[in-house]
Design a binder for this molecule. Structure first.
Ligand code: PAF
Length: 282
């Protein structure tokens, strides 16, 4: 028997009304921009383990896209998303339109610092974390969840959101969930649909390189040397690299050796018109 579609709230008053009876037993929020894939479904399942009620927000947030980025072409698959969420028995979908989220006269923007100024995504997408922080703060205040789930795939975003919840005294636990990958290692991303067949075939080089670097660094190789070799491998495969870096896993500060603390390797690279990011713990 087909699952019935989850209720969809479109306005803040409707959201509040729908959430009121859920409060007593706990709510976990999964913020998304839709175009749901198995990575999002893993977040929904992780949410289900934490709380009795699971709310998924679907909102392609214009505030986190720069004018030259892919807001217009970002995949929108609302019907399919609802079906997938019905199969997961999600309790509520929060799907405001841009006017419900940013009504006429909206004039507040959160500018995060700390991990948001690590010189990684922020160096290439200066607009991004201000837009993410603003919408995530709104989502947390609108839904007041006990837990909010974020994929480790967007590792810097996870650190930014964790800092934001702490700094704004939000009574929520931010939960990071492991990246879900294709069999060949490519991290699932809504943007993978942009890849041509040829680009898709070389895309796993990102994860493979991260793995090779992590293994070598674990065995004692010099970080700078390994990253240089990694950059070469990724470039040879046809990517243009924005960054391949080793950072402190919590603060995202640069690290020179393993003595500096737990290390996370992070990469962003472009192929054709597609920009991919990935990361891995050492
Ligand atoms: O990771 C995403 O999909 C988005 O950046 C988020 C957290 C839903 C905010 O728009």
């Amino acid at each position: 028997m087909p699952q019935s579609r989850p209720p969809v709230a479109r306005t803040v008053p409707a959201l509040r009304k729908a959430l009121a009876p859920y409060r007593r037993t706990g709510v976990a929020l999964v913020p998304t921009m839709g175009a749901l894939h198995a990575g999002h479904i893993a977040l929904v399942r992780a949410a289900r383990k934490r709380a009795r009620r699971v709310v998924v927000s679907i909102f392609v947030n214009p505030a986190q896209f720069a004018a030259n980025e892919d807001f217009g072409s970002y995949p929108r698959t609302f019907g399919g998303d609802l079906k997938a969420l019905a199969a997961e028995k999600v309790d509520l979908v929060w799907a405001p339109n841009a006017t419900a989220m940013y009504p006429e006269g909206f004039a507040t923007r959160i500018e995060p610092a700390g991990p948001a100024k690590a010189g990684l995504e922020d160096a290439f997408r200066p607009h991004f974390f201000g837009g993410v922080a603003t919408v995530v703060a709104k989502l947390l205040l609108q839904c007041q969840p006990d837990f909010a789930m974020f994929g480790e795939k967007d590792y810097q975003q996870l650190q930014v959101v964790t800092q934001l919840a702490r700094d704004l005294d939000q009574p929520v636990k931010i939960v990071g969930c492991p990246t879900v990958r294709e069999k060949d290692g490519l991290a699932l991303s809504s943007r993978n649909v942009y890849l041509s067949t040829a680009e898709r075939a070389v895309a796993p080089v990102l994860h493979r390189t991260l793995k090779d670097c992590a293994t070598a660094i674990r065995k004692g190789a010099a970080i700078a040397d390994r990253l240089a070799a990694g950059r070469e491998a990724i470039t040879m495969a046809g990517f243009t690299i924005d960054y391949l870096e080793a950072r402190h896993a919590k603060t995202l500060a640069p690290v020179a050796s393993r003595a500096d603390g737990p290390i996370r390797l992070l990469v962003a690279a472009r192929i054709g018109t597609t920009r991919l990011i990935d990361n891995l713990g050492v």
